[in-house]
Design a protein around this ligand. Structure first.
Ligand SMILES: C[S@@+](CC[C@H](N)C(=O)[O-])C[C@H]1O[C@@H](n2cnc3c(N)ncnc32)[C@H](O)[C@@H]1O
Length: 251
């Protein structure tokens, strides 16, 4: 029997809505992305197989929220939202339910056209959207799991995840082997930035950069301050935030 049929049958017998449930079970057994009592956001959650597995893992002390373009049939003690994850209105709806999550997982897939490069580009677009959400919805040190269709842009996406997490791994669980194009990227220990664009902070200049800008650190995050000298203590406004540093202006 093909793996696909094996897992489909198993899901049916064990009361799971999708055979993808076993992908999450296998990934979690190996990487412990989700733990007991945590708050989980599942993106692209219909019909709800991952929601069922997440709920089992977190138990009564945790919280599971699922979002999908399609309506999800109710699952006991799981909150579901119908909406497009690329829309701000959907993020607002999620935030009304829970402000911040310990784990964000996404098995979302775009509508596939059958044209390989178009589908790959659509997949990368969608996974980048999930990356953008992290800043708003994932707690510092939180975990992330996302499905990606491999292709030429996969590598740069993987690098983007590496910039945001202390532990990153790509994995293809046994239950997904039949669909060889898909791979799951796991990011653990989110390096959430301690600053926000437009906000002001009191900083001390601890060093000087190669281009002569003063260097301040906010919770170990590097902030460049043009025209500031080592030892100076001053207030700055953050003008731009990159993965590993921010730019600022004296106020
Ligand atoms: C493979 S299914 C997910 C299966 C699910 N993990 C489970 O175990 O039941 C992919 C889902 O992603 C959803 N999706 C695709 N694009 C989306 C978007 N922009 N916003 C929300 N959901 C989306 C689709 O509607 C589809 O239901």
């Amino acid at each position: 029997m093909k793996d696909k049929d094996k897992y489909w049958k198993k899901a049916k017998n064990e009361g799971y809505r999708a055979r993808s449930s076993y992908k999450l079970k296998q990934i979690n057994k190996r990487f412990e992305v989700i733990k007991k009592s945590e708050r989980v956001l599942d993106i692209g959650a219909a019909p709800g197989g991952w929601l069922q597995v997440s709920k089992e893992i977190v138990g009564d002390g945790g919280k599971v929220v699922g979002v999908d373009l399609k309506k999800i049939k109710p699952i006991k003690n799981v909150k579901t939202i119908k909406g497009d994850i690329t829309q701000k209105s959907t993020i607002d709806k999620i935030k009304q339910v829970e402000e911040e999550f310990d784990v964000i997982i996404s098995d979302a897939s775009p509508d596939l056209s059958g044209n390989w490069s178009v589908d790959h580009a659509k997949s990368i677009d969608l996974v980048r959207k999930t990356l953008d959400l992290l800043e708003e919805l994932l707690k510092p040190r939180g975990n992330y799991l996302v499905k990606v269709f491999q292709g030429e842009m996969y590598h740069s996406f993987y690098e983007e995840v590496k910039n945001k997490f202390n532990f990153v791994k790509a994995h293809s669980p046994d239950a997904s082997r039949e669909q060889s194009a898909e791979i799951y990227v796991i990011g653990k220990d989110y390096r959430k930035k301690p600053i926000e664009k437009g906000e002001t902070y009191q900083v001390e200049i601890v060093d000087k950069g190669k281009k002569g800008d003063g260097i301040a650190k906010i919770d170990d995050f590097v902030v460049f301050v043009p025209g500031a000298e080592k030892g100076e203590v001053l207030e700055v406004r953050i003008t731009d935030i990159k993965d590993n540093y921010a730019k600022s202006k004296k106020t």
